[in-house]
Design a binder for this molecule. Structure first.
Ligand code: COA
Length: 416
């Protein structure tokens, strides 16, 4: 079967998490991703959070499937010549170096355009143009600067970062979309272009609803936040709202049977207006169906804590899965809080290829998250991440056409 991005060559200068997330997705969709790594060192994550001595870490392997690894010293003269040829051969260069690093290597955007006017140069940076453009940035810095931390957590606690890597993986996703759009535009114009996904901007994009609430605050309290029903005044900025949905359909995390000992015996429960009557029946509060104090969504807004307290009395008598089994047929939206252990063992995720078992020569079998985007005409087959420099000679020969003697000379120069 052909793949969506068959024939596309990606010069992958990415490292750590944000950039590799992007190029891994492109590889899953069929692109030939050539990961360029420093000889003898490679992507720093290969040797971070090591769990199996001597083997590439899960941090690395889980972000670099389906790629080929080429070691190349881009600061060595021969290395630069090889890199120039790669720039001419490839369609997209993806990088997430610290600001200015590519220029310092001698590969400015101007130079890249000179070498290959069709090249799409895609970058992740911490910040876009402005006062912080030169900063180095990691995941949690982006979560903080992009508005996520100030709006995550409980009102009476400090700002919180979230486990979802919205700064790194979230930005990688944004970058992948930018690249595919630029490729489509190139079909019409014949020209490449620069694609930039700053981490702050990507996080903010994912926190869009919180900027919505910031502006709503100017017109009065946020009635969908339980804070309002508790009579606590709002400050100047969108507050942290705990587990409130904060949207049009109020929701909350509620305890389920076993919560005393199981940290994940909880469910998310949404009191969707259209099924209010069914909720009243399920929790045995039929009198709330017609009571004007409870019958309409606006009447309920000031009493959310009391309402969820009553619902929780019911959910505490059921496991999170029983809550799901009872509520789903009634169209009441609920969701069990699944632990990573439960997710790893979930058969349906294995069947769809979202959880995949991969074999690796150094570490043996491990689980990974496969491609979360499903294309009906472009099947994904997850293959293991490359060892450092595993494909160096193959790429020099097949992609760049170097002879065996030339490859030997490149080795002697210390460029690979
Ligand atoms: N050959 C020779 N030199 C190489 C090389 C290669 N193949 N690959 C990388 N290098 C060099 C770079 O040119 C750079 O050298 P310079 O500082 O002399 O210009 C050096 O290695 C270090 O690169 P840098 O990107 O600065 O790495 P770092 O470990 O200091 O910083 C980050 C890491 C993630 C903070 C930084 O890269 C960054 O801010 N990236 C953008 C934002 C981002 O993606 N953050 C999230 C990461 S998940």
């Amino acid at each position: 079967m052909s793949k969506a991005l068959d024939g596309l060559k990606i010069l992958d200068f990415t490292h750590v998490q944000s950039g590799p997330t992007c190029t891994q997705l492109l590889a899953w969709m069929g692109a030939d991703v050539i990961k360029v790594e420093r000889p003898g060192v490679g992507d720093a994550t290969r040797k971070q959070l090591v769990d199996v001595e001597g083997a590439d870490s899960l941090y690395f392997t889980m972000l670099n499937h389906n790629k080929r690894s080429l070691t190349l010293n881009s600061k060595n003269e021969t290395g630069k010549k090889v890199l120039e040829r790669l720039v001419k051969e490839c369609d997209v260069l993806v990088e997430n170096f610290a600001p200015g690093a590519l220029d310092r290597m001698g590969f400015s955007w101007e130079r890249i355009q000179e070498l290959n006017p069709r090249m799409i140069m895609a970058s992740v940076k911490g910040f876009g143009p402005g006062p912080y453009e030169d900063c180095k940035v990691y995941e949690n810095v982006a979560q903080c600067a992009g508005g996520s931390a100030s709006t995550t957590g409980f009102r009476d606690g400090p700002p919180l970062v979230t486990g979802a890597q919205i700064g790194d993986s979230g930005t990688g996703l944004h970058l992948a979309l930018g690249i595919t759009a630029a490729l489509l535009q190139r079909e019409k114009t014949g020209r490449g272009q620069k694609v930039l996904a700053p981490m702050q901007d990507s996080v903010l994009n994912l926190c869009r609803v919180k900027l919505r609430d910031q502006q709503r605050l100017q017109h009065g309290p946020l009635k969908e936040y339980t804070q309002d029903g508790e009579g606590v005044e709002f400050g100047e900025a969108t507050p942290r709202a705990g587990n409130d949905s904060g949207g049009g359909q109020p929701g909350k995390i509620l305890k389920c049977k076993g919560w005393e000992t199981d940290p994940n015996a909880y469910t998310y429960f949404i009191t969707q207006a259209a099924v209010w009557q069914k909720i009243c029946d399920v929790i045995d509060k039929p009198e709330w169906k017609e009571d004007p104090e409870y019958a309409t969504p606006p009447a309920r807004l000031t009493k959310l804590n009391g309402i969820f307290g009553e619902i929780e009395k019911w959910t505490m008598t059921k496991t999170k899965y029983e809550v799901m089994d009872i509520c789903n047929p009634l169209d009441i939206p609920v969701g069990p809080i699944l632990s990573m252990k439960e997710i790893a063992e979930e058969p349906s995720l294995r069947e769809t290829g979202t959880i995949v078992e991969v074999d690796h020569p150094e570490r043996g079998k491990y689980l990974t998250v496969g491609c979360p985007i499903k294309l009906s005409d472009s099947e994904v087959e997850v293959t293991r991440s490359p060892l450092l420099g595993e494909h160096t000679d193959e790429i020099l020969a097949d992609v760049l056409g170097y002879s065996a003697d030339e490859i030997a000379e490149i080795h002697e120069s210390g460029a690979v």
